[in-house]
Design a protein around this ligand. Structure first.
Ligand code: PMP
Ligand code: GLN
Length: 391
């Protein structure tokens, strides 16, 4: 076998993830890393202690296939508490290796070769590869600034005879958009009209600052056709634990579980015990978490504005998208590659999240899930752009 063709054609479009590339750049250059979205402080001590206790208590072997019962029950309580959704923890909840595995398992189990998945661009990086691994193709509808709305007729036109499902991320990475009730109702209407499944990525569900997060499965006709995915990584600031989950009606969940069984079989036994504790934390935890991140959003947004960026203040997530054209360039990728050298900061070029490259070429994403002193240091360093006279 020659080595000229190693990577399968399904994956040839996908190289190293932008997050790995940019974090490596930050490590290499000693730059402040506002690229990859991971917090620089740990989540609640009580949750960390629960993981340590679980290890000490011997929860160290393969957990049950669908995940441990206490965590599935905690997910069910969470869905009821925050959204009034009733799910059966035994037949409608699956624990996964982060949202990433749930998303991939959903694509692999629901799509056949040649099926189409409709999603919005910019799209989170694993979607493209997950859809491709399933042998499906993606059809994108562009979200456009300043409010990142979409043209309803564009969405309708993206649906064809091979469309299998709509993949929706709200709150949305990288734009910070929180889809409105009207937008969600329209998406739901199309799913029902065309008999499509929906897969929703709601990992930022507890990071909504303006507006309200409404799971798509709560809209008319959607409960029986939606796989709702979330993760503990963002909500509890333990991104490295990789505990996620999918909720869906039994036949859909069974399908996703079939794929999950052969991807990882099971995952993270002691962390599952800990996240069961986390999900039951009181409202004060969730409220403080959101308020803290909202204050960080404003800190970074104000700072970026002060040094000359055009800022789209996000309604949710922990990312801010900026327009860099005031710095005399529309090439976000080159801008991000040069930024560590120019002023010691790493950011992510949004163009990597687009199929229509011209739509995202001039956009750059910064994360604000960092300590205030780190955000302040980044802004102070980015001040070099302004004093260079470019803005
Ligand atoms: N979806 C989105 C929109 C994300 O930003 C991320 C990154 N955390 C994920 C999915 C992956 O989540 P996890 O780490 O739980 O796999
Ligand atoms: N979700 C994180 C981000 O958007 C990165 C996670 C990853 O590296 N896969 O920055």
């Amino acid at each position: 076998m020659g080595t000229d063709r190693i990577l399968s054609s399904k994956l040839s479009e996908f190289g190293e993830t932008i997050f790995a590339e940019m974090s490596a750049l930050a490590t290499r250059t000693g730059a402040v890393n506002l690229g990859q979205g991971f917090p620089d402080t740990d989540g609640p001590a009580v949750v960390a202690e629960a993981a340590i206790d679980a290890i000490r208590a011997g929860h160290n072997q393969y957990p049950p296939g669908p995940g441990i019962a206490p965590l599935r029950q905690a997910v069910a309580r969470h869905q009821h508490r925050f959204y009034g959704i009733d799910v059966d923890p035994d037949t409608e909840v699956l624990i996964t290796a982060g949202a990433t595995e749930a998303l991939t398992a959903a694509m692999l189990s629901l799509c056949d070769d040649g099926d189409e998945v409709v999603t919005f661009e910019p799209w989170y990086d694993s979607y493209g590869a997950a859809i491709a691994m399933a042998g499906a193709t993606r059809k994108v509808v562009t979200l456009r600034p300043p409010d990142y709305g979409f043209e309803p007729e564009e969405l309708r036109a993206a649906i064809g005879p091979r469309t299998r499902l709509i993949l929706l991320n709200t709150p949305h990475n990288p734009t910070g958009k929180v889809f409105s009730a009207d937008e969600l109702a329209f998406i739901a209407e199309l799913c029902v009209e065309h008999d499509l499944f929906a897969v929703t990525d709601e990992v930022y569900e507890h990071l909504v600052f303006d507006g309200e997060h409404r799971p798509l499965c709560t809209f008319d006709g959607m409960a029986d056709r939606t796989v709702t995915i979330s993760s503990a990584g963002k909500t509890f600031s333990f991104t490295g634990w990789k505990i996620g989950w999918a909720c869906a009606p039994p036949p859909l969940l069974q399908a996703v579980r079939t794929a999950k069984q052969y991807l990882t079989y099971v995952n993270g036994a002691p962390f599952q015990h800990a996240i069961a504790v986390g999900l039951d934390l009181g409202d004060d935890y969730y409220d403080t978490f959101r308020a803290t991140l909202q204050q960080k959003r404003d800190r970074l947004a104000d700072g970026l504005e002060s040094v000359g960026f055009d800022v789209f203040r996000p309604a949710g997530t922990y990312f801010i998208t900026t327009d860099i054209r005031r710095f005399g360039t529309d090439d976000g990728r080159a801008f991000c590659l040069a930024l560590p050298e120019r002023c010691g900061v790493v950011a992510v070029p949004n163009v990597v999240f687009y199929d229509n490259k011209h739509e995202g070429r001039h956009l750059v994403r910064f994360t604000f899930c960092k300590q205030d002193s780190v955000l302040d240091e980044a802004i102070s360093r980015l001040g070099a752009l302004r004093s260079a006279g470019a803005a």
